[in-house]
Design a binder for this molecule. Sequence first.
Ligand code: B4P
Length: 193
Amino acid sequence: MSTRLVLLGPPGAGKGTQAVRIAERLGIPAISTGDIFRANIKGGTPLGKTVQEYTSRGALVPDSVTNEMVRDRLAQDDAADGFLLDGYPRNVAQVGELDAILADAGLSLDLAIEITADPDVVVARLLKRAEIEGREDDTEDVVRHRLDVYAQETAPIAHVYADRGLLAQVDGIGDVDAVTERLVAAIGAPSAG
Ligand code: B4P
């Protein structure tokens, strides 16, 4: 099975939570740009030092950095038969870069799935996570800023994929298992979105 998927959704909608579950179910890697950035920050790598000033205030990391990182990651063997991208693309320019990466390999995207969630619900979830994990971008001010960035930069992507007939929307409110089943159903029946 070849499955090339993109997972969209505001911060706290459940992208990271669901990406791991869906990828395991489909036997493809979940590739989270946010996780890669955090691992590099934790490891004190040059990439980590470059991106921390952006991630800590909830701003997007510059495309020049993010695009190259994703191109390298998608070239790895485990992504040859499919992948689930979590948190990329995040603006219209990154959509163009992903198109180019796939076209260079003679491939195309199968589906973009947008997990939807009310802003008040996602803020509450992220503040709860802050208590547990202490992520520096989970303070209320930074979370609100990340939501603004999502509305301005990332939400338009959903329209781009909808125009291509590649968008499915899934309600991210409710039990984690229930959301997973909605996603699985959407992947099996893309036209339902
Ligand atoms: P991300 O790591 O993508 O952060 P996120 O949008 O907050 O999503 P995350 O996956 O962590 O949270 P989730 O909704 O799963 O990005 C972090 C930063 O990296 C960005 O701000 C930016 O600076 C940078 N970045 C990343 N990608 C980039 C790109 N392409 N270009 C430029 N910059 C980029 O989960 C949130 C919480 O909700 C969890 O605690 C979870 O347990 C809980 N939850 C999930 N589902 C739930 C449910 N159904 N019910 C109750 N709680 C639930």
